[in-house]
Design a protein around this ligand. Structure first.
Ligand code: IPE
Ligand code: IPE
Ligand code: MG
Length: 240
């Protein structure tokens, strides 16, 4: 089944950068009478499946919204579960990154995270920096507005006395190696950005799916890419 769908994808028109707002873990658990953390655990399995499918497809960049600057509003036990999940995941997946040549980068305010998570993020970014396949941008303690503000403040402190240009600002974002988004995908029926990569999504195509994140399989990623390949991207110009 998956192979049939993958065969419908034009390998010469892949989105260079796909962003995913992985939403619906809580609802998935609730629908089964389970606690929210069970949904997050399943959501992690989905993320692994989708990242593997993205790497196999030959995508160059994927951004995954893992924990937003707004998610601190959640209950303490949910937050600590998520932090433990993130830490364990980063620690245990090195072989997977190595086998699939995945370079991990981080976006978000590292300084606002617990010290042990900061350490895991820094070491996995360093350990995978020479891998040349898919670049996986993990958004942890990330907010689009927060990223832009921190970029502007870093620029101000850099001593640059010229005018701030789009290119200069991009260079001060958290992960300037990651190009602007071609495709933004959101699961679980919500049609909003929730502060996801605001600057980078200026000209992205959007794909919304009703499916809850833990129910995502490679076919769902293929559907999103097929939809993207049927869009007419004009960037403000006129279709030739
Ligand atoms: C997304 O699932 C995961 C995170 C935000 C960490 P949610 O936890 O937001 O799931 P819903 O939206 O409550 O179903
Ligand atoms: C966005 O989902 C953040 C992540 C997926 C990490 P939320 O569930 O937090 O967003 P809202 O609250 O529906 O806007
Ligand atoms: Mg949600």
């Amino acid at each position: 089944m998956s192979e049939d769908k993958a065969a419908l994808i034009d390998p010469n028109n892949l989105p260079a950068h796909v962003g995913i707002i992985m939403d619906g873990n809580g609802r998935w658990a609730k629908n089964r009478g389970l606690i929210r953390s069970k949904g997050h655990r399943e959501g992690l399995e989905s993320a692994k499946r989708i990242v593997k499918a993205a790497a196999d497809l030959g995508l160059k960049y994927i951004s995954l919204y893992v924990f937003s600057t707004e998610n601190w509003k959640r209950a303490e036990d949910e937050i600590s579960f998520l932090m433990v999940l993130i830490k364990t995941y980063l620690k245990s997946e090195f072989q997977f990154y190595k086998d699939n040549k995945i370079k991990v980068v981080h976006s978000g305010d590292l300084s606002g995270l617990p010290a042990d998570i900061q350490k895991e993020i820094t070491s996995i970014v360093n350990d995978t920096k020479d891998f040349q396949g898919l670049t996986m941008n993990l958004l942890i303690n990330y907010g689009g507005k927060d990223e832009i503000l921190r970029a502007v403040n870093r620029w101000r402190r850099s001593g640059d006395t010229g005018e701030l240009t789009e290119e200069t600002l991009y260079g001060f974002l958290d992960s300037p190696v990651v190009p602007p988004l071609d495709l933004v995908v959101r699961s679980a029926g919500e049609k909003r950005l929730s502060n996801f990569l605001l600057w980078q999504s200026a000209y992205a195509e959007y794909y919304f799916s009703e499916k809850l994140w833990p129910d995502w399989y490679p076919d769902d990623l293929y559907d999103a890419i097929i939809a993207y390949q049927n869009r007419d991207r004009r960037f403000g110009g006129v279709k030739k």
